[in-house]
Design a protein around this ligand. Structure first.
Ligand code: SF4
Length: 380
């Protein structure tokens, strides 16, 4: 890695901004400098693509147009609007941070990186983005796209995710946002990383920073930065039991500390837990309910963070008993209410499969029990 030619920075910044003004995508969160909108978009964009975020952003802003509206919302409603985006702690933290902003900051967003980082779910990058995009103050930002871009501009040999690599990148990032419009410089850097300086086949011939790019000079764009090691996927074999009572279905709420905390789900557990005693006895012992007619009706696999979930959906009918388990809330819901209830992606797939059975018989797969269930119906 050679020293970045700082004397060429002002010219590089000008060319970068000029390029950005010609090519920037008209993304909905770029239409204003409202810190609330900047904040919501930046949280949604973590771990998620722009294309996936756009419809969520519109729906969220329509329902919660202000920080007051979000602070006053029920957690379940926020989670429902987040359903499918994953990483649900982001949604819970948004609501908690909104409550802090309303209660402790008189509805005004803090304007410094340090203050913003005291809010739930706001880290160094998000704080820098709010300060720079909303308040147009110079603040460094390093996220996935700029991490790659800065690594290449510097010709960084070390792992950019290491402590030393991170220190170097954050120092480098602080050199860029300056002048009349530091927020625009940061936007331009992120846009360049997202659209031209891509992981594979960066389009260097179109790049406004090609003249100051060390990786390009060395012809090493393909090697810098080194690919992040993918975490080993852990396979989870789970069962989700759809317990039906007439037109209603039993749901349990996911508890704090569990995956998908705050969301609702069918009765779900590790398949091994019920392997010895069988499902009816397990449901009786763990949840206190008598059930019958257990039948497999869906199998699916789904990736969640570092897990690969192989889910077996089982349908059965409730006979007697009130579902209970320590602190866990339960509820019976109709198919209509199920559509309005925040569920994890796999829970939603099961719910959709149930809804489809309204138009035809429940498809059973490998029924391992004697009695088949009735077709689920609204009329009971
Ligand atoms: S010249 Fe190529 S590798 Fe360097 S910053 Fe531009 S697009 Fe990325």
């Amino acid at each position: 890695m050679s020293e970045f030619p700082s004397s060429r920075l002002p010219q590089a910044r000008r060319e970068l901004r000029s390029w950005y003004r010609q090519v920037s995508r008209p993304l909905p969160w770029r239409q204003s400098h409202d810190p609330y909108r900047v904040w919501i978009s930046e949280i949604m964009l973590q771990q998620t693509t722009v294309a996936a975020v756009v419809p969520y952003f519109h729906r969220f802003l329509e329902r919660f147009p202000t920080v007051d509206a979000l602070a006053a919302a029920e957690e379940g409603e926020v989670l429902k609007l987040w359903e499918g985006l994953g990483y649900y702690s982001r949604a819970r933290n948004l609501r908690r941070a909104a409550q802090v902003i309303v209660a402790e900051h008189r509805r005004a967003f803090p304007e410094t990186v340090e203050e913003l980082q005291t809010l739930p779910g706001i880290g160094r990058y998000t704080a820098g983005a709010i300060v720079s995009f909303a308040h147009n103050k110079p603040a460094p930002i390093v996220e996935a796209n700029t991490l790659r871009l800065y690594s290449r501009l510097l010709g960084l040999e070390e792992d950019p995710r290491s402590a030393a690599g991170q220190k170097r990148l954050w120092e480098f990032a602080a050199l860029w946002p300056a002048g009349q419009n530091p927020g625009e410089v940061n936007q331009a850097l992120m846009e360049l990383g997202a659209t031209l300086c891509t992981p594979q086949s960066p389009r260097c011939e179109e790049c406004p920073l090609a003249a100051v790019c060390e990786a390009r000079r060395m012809g090493r764009q393909a090697e810098i930065p080194p690919a992040a090691r993918r975490p080993e996927l852990t396979e989870l074999a789970e069962v989700a039991v759809v317990v039906q009572q007439g037109p209603q279905y039993l749901l349990m709420q996911r508890l704090p500390g569990e995956r998908w905390a705050g969301l609702w789900d069918f009765l779900r557990f590790d398949e091994r837990e019920a392997a010895d005693e069988g499902l009816p006895a397990y449901l009786r012992r763990r949840f206190g309910i008598e059930t019958e007619g257990h039948a497999d009706f869906l199998r699916l696999t789904h990736g969640v963070t570092r897990y690969r979930i192989c889910l077996r959906g089982v349908h059965c009918e409730w006979r007697r008993g009130t579902a209970s388990e320590e602190e866990r809330p339960f509820q019976w819901v109709s198919l209509d209410a199920l559509a309005e209830t925040p569920l994890p992606v796999t829970g939603r797939k099961l719910a959709n499969a149930l809804a489809k059975t309204m138009a035809g018989p429940l498809r059973l797969q490998g029924d391992s029990h004697k009695k088949k269930p009735r077709k689920p119906s609204r009329g009971g």
